[in-house]
Design a protein around this ligand. Sequence first.
Ligand code: AMP
Length: 484
Amino acid sequence: MTDSFSNLSLAPTLARAVAEMGYESMTPIQAQAIPVVLTGQDVMGAAQTGTGKTAAFSLPLLQRLLKHENPSTSPARHPVRALVLLPTRELADQVAQQIKLYAKYTQLRSTVVFGGMDMKPQTLELKRGVEVLVATPGRLLDHIEAKNAVLNQVEYVVLDEADRMLDIGFLPDLQRILSFLPKQRTTLLFSATFSPEIRRLAGSYLQNPVTIEVARPNETASTVEQRFYAAQDDDKRRVIRKVLADRGIKQAFIFVNSKLGCGRLARSLEREGLKTAALHGDKSQDERLKALEAFKQGEVDLLVCTDVAARGLDIKDVPAVFNFDVPYNAEDYVHRIGRTGRAGASGLAVTLVSPSDTRLVADIEKLIKKKLEVETLQLETAPAAGPAPEKWGERAEDRPRARAFEGRRREHDPRDALDTPNERRGGFRPAPINRDPFFQKPYEAPTSDTPPSWEPIGPKTVRSSISANIKPKRKVAALFKSVE
Ligand code: AMP
């Protein structure tokens, strides 16, 4: 087998850690990137979260750092040799945790620093000495300025989720950080897309990089059935109910464009008897975790979310994704529907199109290079009884105009996930990007046999059980194999 980890001649300490993770074989990005990184070449990788890219860069990087491992307690013997930069604290935390697992049988030390947390414990860790430092740019600069982090012995730098870092406005911070690093080093850049800005960044900081692309940017998986239904705002919930019932779908994500809209839709669906939770940037960390857990346990059938959740969601094989609002950015469409039909499994993505959305749909068409047909779904039933539908006028809430209203930070504000230069300087903060460890796990259908709340109680009508589009859950490793 060409994609087996045993072909890599990893050091026994690393191989043991990989074996413990239960990985059967390398994912495509790993099979392509690990051998290249092992040779010390620069890499420009197009790979999204969920492809196994963390191991793709961290395993070879750790292997190459093994020559420095030592049991000394002296901080001087543990200078930073590898720097991994990520846009958000949650991503940084997640990557740092993975690196710790891969390095657990080595004597290499690693730590993570990000904003929104007390600097002191981070400082102590840094002063102890670490070979691998995972960081968000803003907080790293604070540590550099405080002379807690010295980067003159860095041999490897990883710019992970580089497109997001640029989107957030981290370019000046990145440029500053890179100016502290030795010129002689290996630079690895990973990005979901290779935009002209990313190419410019790579042109400035990478030397003859090997380009690795596992999933072409802006490509929607062919395993996702994409449907576009014309619907007036007031009919959208009925369309969702109908699709769910017709297809026998048990759980779904519903994406909206604003935090306000998110809460409202969740409440409306809840009032109509559907088990729903909302996930958006104004929810506290605790509330978010509860919502996710409830979805995971099957106590909640519908998770209504904003793009806060969309970008990093790596929960695989959610049976269906609804775009209650057509996203403002066509790229968000690709990310949203990527929550279903992942890695070879089938899924359904339904976008509800109101008359004013024509231009947004045209943008999606252009991006995914596919002719999209907006269909009309016949709604036989009367509008759902219950409270009057809420208005959907405030969609710009997550966008810059409304950000001015966001006010001061609150305690446990999930937007703390964002460690932006603006934030550090006290300015407004762009919409947050969020990763929850929950989403790093494959979707698992809840074990309870309770039918979803939209299923009628009483004599069962014959229907084709589960949708033909939904295949049973498969193991992560198996899923990866079927990716191009
Ligand atoms: P990443 O894209 O790095 O965020 O990884 C996504 C998930 O895939 C993580 O939970 C990893 O533990 C898992 N993973 C990474 N490599 C493999 C592999 N070769 N086989 C199975 N799972 C993997």
